[in-house]
Design a protein around this ligand. Structure first.
Ligand SMILES: Nc1ncnc2c1ncn2[C@@H]1O[C@H](COP(=O)(O)OP(=O)(O)OP(=O)(O)O)[C@@H](O)[C@H]1O
Ligand SMILES: [Mg+2]
Length: 265
């Protein structure tokens, strides 16, 4: 098991945002996480990535190591990377600079030699830029490397967020609604890029997604949250037939037509 989360809980005041959730993800898997609005999906990502600490009793193992309660940068350096539901792109910086920021931890030289400047540092800098340009080419943004990120289209911003998370060279990539707000065509393109990144870099993926077609077509297993609790887990086919899942969605005002299409189909 690449990721083993046991008994994760997080309250905000009296509200149980995440309640005693277990999550086991195999290496190479694509896991989907679905659930109505406010069911705790993003909070679970925040717990896994170290943004929030789980309440006592919660444990997390990654790649065989106990990583419970490590701060976000430590979790990231172990190989867990994520995107945010609200994109955190530096609009004033160029596309390439946005990736270089994400890449910092892989610089071998300290801040002092970076300021003083030595041939080894310059070589490292060149190597890093070349690597990030390769990554930009891979996600189809090489032509925009020197453009301020604020000038990108919505679909390109989503790609850049993906690239930023990839700059950390993760083993596990967690995507929080990566295709939100995109047209169907751009959703397909983004998904294609995600899958080719997975192949190229041997990633394991956890994807929070409201577009259920994406989840059903792409994921090996799906975990369903409602009111912070895991109410179902299984293959897409199993989830589709689970009456708890159907109730969870029918009981809420549905987020979009995809939910209805999912329940019908
Ligand atoms: N920082 C916070 N402070 C207080 N309450 C929070 C905080 N973050 C999340 N919550 C609450 O916790 C619950 C779960 O929120 P979360 O964002 O994890 O849901 P979600 O499943 O990601 O929803 P969505 O599909 O809308 O993105 C919600 O009721 C939310 O209002
Ligand atoms: Mg969310």
């Amino acid at each position: 098991m690449l990721l083993e989360v046991t008994g994760f809980s997080k309250h905000f005041g009296g509200l149980a945002a995440v309640s005693n959730v277990d999550l086991n993800v195999e290496e190479g898997e694509i896991r989907g996480i679905i659930g109505p609005n406010g069911s705790g999906k993003s909070t679970l990502f925040n717990l896994i990535s170290g943004v929030y600490r789980p309440e006592p009793g919660g444990t997390m193992y990654f790649d065989g190591e106990n990583v419970t309660n490590l701060p976000p940068h430590e979790i990231a350096s172990r190989g867990i990377s994520r995107t945010f539901q609200m994109l955190r792109i530096f609009s004033q910086m160029t596309v390439l600079e946005n990736l270089l920021v994400g890449h910092q931890r892989h610089t071998r030289y300290g801040i002092l030699s970076a300021i003083v400047g030595t041939p080894a540092v310059w070589a490292e800098e060149r190597r890093m830029r070349a690597e990030m340009m390769d990554l930009l080419a891979f996600i189809g943004l090489a032509d925009y490397a020197t453009m301020p990120a604020g000038e990108l289209s919505g679909g390109q911003r989503r790609l850049l967020a993906l690239g930023r998370a990839m700059a950390m060279r993760p083993k596990l990539l967690m995507l929080d609604e990566p295709a939100a707000g995109l047209s169907p065509l751009n959703v397909d393109k983004l998904l294609e890029t995600v899958l080719s990144l997975k192949e190229r870099f041997g990633l394991t993926l956890i994807i929070i997604e409201h577009i259920l077609k994406v989840v059903m077509d792409t994921c090996d297993l799906v975990t369903v949250l409602e009111h912070g609790e895991k109410i179902a887990e299984g293959t897409p086919a199993e989830i589709k037939d689970d009456h708890h899942v159907i109730e969870a969605y029918l009981g809420k005002e549905m987020k979009d037509a995809d939910v209805r299409a999912f329940l019908r189909g």
